[in-house]
Write a protein that binds this ligand. Structure first.
Ligand code: SF4
Length: 444
């Protein structure tokens, strides 16, 4: 296929080829270039991704009805308890509210939610227009807390106030506000699990492994999370962070405020699941716990050995392109592909940090394209140039791959299979095999 796409001038420093004996100067962690049509969502959407999985919380979007379209149906996550989080409310601000202010409507909406649903906590999201007209969302939330004797937490997330990472930060600030100041708490022997949103049940896989080696979880933040558990989070002895891009900031805040140390972990792929389990066992337990973790790993690996060998034989020599939200997933996916005999030829993220890109440079081969905050044209250009057989991404990347006649794997909210841990590694290999080796490609 002919490749005529040019990278626009303002984007050139956000894209590079991996050249091993040369320093990589890739720009990242910046707002998207005007006119580049980034794949990123807005600040409010970033905040919603993080907070929405709290199962017994209520989400009130203070803004025009369009912002409220971003609901559980688009960003689903699973629950083992309350289904309350699947509801969504909006103050539906219109022209008159923009002129005269929307605070009255917000007060009315909170009153209505409390009367109908009795949630333990309401998150009130301030969207673009609220940032412009200057409604005092903080005061309204404070007054509502007094009036109803419950938690009403403002989430400062006007879409224009930065990029998606700012939304993650706004969500973390909201959770910290929910937990509140807890100077002296009695510690319990358990961990908090941060940055897994339980899209297809991953939290249950990971907490299941931890339970088997004798480690308790105090709070899941936020996948399958609950208000009562989250406010107990300061009692934990260790925070393990799956998606550091979204919750690394909160882990640092919790370390400062409650003295809880944290480690970055990943349960994407066999290698990373194994390393994470051993590391957690070492920090939280004793020799016995590490031994239990080793036995569990041996057992789980044996269970999937034949399946993995089968898929390796069918996938060896293929080429992958990766474009995902954060750095941790991109790094783990490269290792996972390597385990299947697949080389990664292009890798990018929406919100990766300099340290993530440094690791990506180290673990990819010379000539691999590395890019931050890409747009569809760039993804298309490099997938074609590098001859990728498959793209791994989210809902916005799916049509792009299919239009190019390239296989696709959803590693985001639309998927239905667990992709974490050892069983997740088999599900992933199976899905890659099904899509790459689908007979449909013979008809293109
Ligand atoms: S950019 Fe602003 S108006 Fe658009 S969805 Fe985000 S908060 Fe709403």
């Amino acid at each position: 296929m002919e490749n005529r796409v040019e990278i626009i001038e303002d984007r050139k420093e956000f894209v590079c080829y991996n050249i091993k004996n040369k320093d990589m100067k890739l720009r990242c962690e910046e707002n998207s270039a005007s006119g580049a049509v980034s794949q990123r969502a807005c600040v409010y959407c970033g905040a919603r991704v993080v907070l929405n999985p709290i199962t017994d919380a209520f989400h009130l979007i203070h803004g025009p009805i369009g912002c409220a379209a971003y609901t559980w149906d688009l960003r689903g996550s699973l629950t083992s308890g309350s289904e309350l989080f699947r509801n969504s409310f909006s103050t539906d601000l219109s022209e008159m509210d923009v002129v005269f202010g929307g605070e009255k409507k917000l007060v009315g909406a909170i009153d209505e939610i409390v009367k109908e649903f009795h949630p333990k906590v309401i998150f009130v999201y301030a969207t673009c227009i609220v940032g412009v007209i200057g409604d005092d969302v903080d005061s309204v939330c404070k007054m509502a807390e007094k009036k109803h004797s419950m938690r009403v937490i403002p989430v400062k997330s006007p879409g224009f106030s930065g990029n998606k990472s700012m939304g993650y930060r706004a969500a973390c600030d909201a959770i910290m506000k929910l937990i509140g100041e807890k100077k002296k708490v009695e510690k319990i022997h358990g961990i908090n699990y941060l940055g897994d949103f339980n899209l297809a049940g991953e939290v249950w896989v990971v907490t299941g492994y931890l339970k088997k080696i004798g480690i308790d979880v105090v709070a899941n933040i936020t996948g399958d999370g609950r208000y009562d558990d989250i406010i107990k989070a300061p009692q934990a002895k260790l925070n393990i962070v799956q998606c550091a891009g979204s919750m690394g900031y909160m882990a640092k805040q919790m370390e400062e405020s409650y003295g809880i140390p944290f480690i970055k972990t990943s349960f994407v792929g066999i290698e990373d699941s194994e390393n994470s389990l051993i590391q957690i066992a070492g920090l939280m337990g004793n020799e016995e716990t590490v031994k239990k973790a080793e036995e569990l790993i041996k057992f789980e690996k044996q269970k999937i050995k034949n399946d993995m060998n089968y898929y390796r034989s069918r996938l060896y020599g293929k080429k992958a392109a990766i474009y995902v939200g954060g750095g941790y997933k991109a790094i783990s996916l490269i290792r996972q592909f390597r385990d299947l005999g697949i080389e990664t030829v292009m890798v990018g993220t929406q919100t990766g940090k300099p340290e993530d890109y440094e690791v990506l440079k180290q673990i990819t081969k010379e000539g691999t394209v590395i890019l931050d905050d890409a747009n569809p044209s760039e993804l298309e250009k490099f997938m074609v140039e590098k001859g990728a057989d498959i793209l791994v991404g989210g809902v916005k990347e799916r049509p792009l791959a299919y239009k190019l006649g390239v296989a696709f794997c959803d590693h985001n909210h639309e998927r239905k299979h667990i992709l974490a841990g050892f069983e997740g590694a088999v599900n992933f290999a199976k899905e890659i095999d099904l899509t790459i080796n689908s007979p449909v490609w013979n008809y293109i």
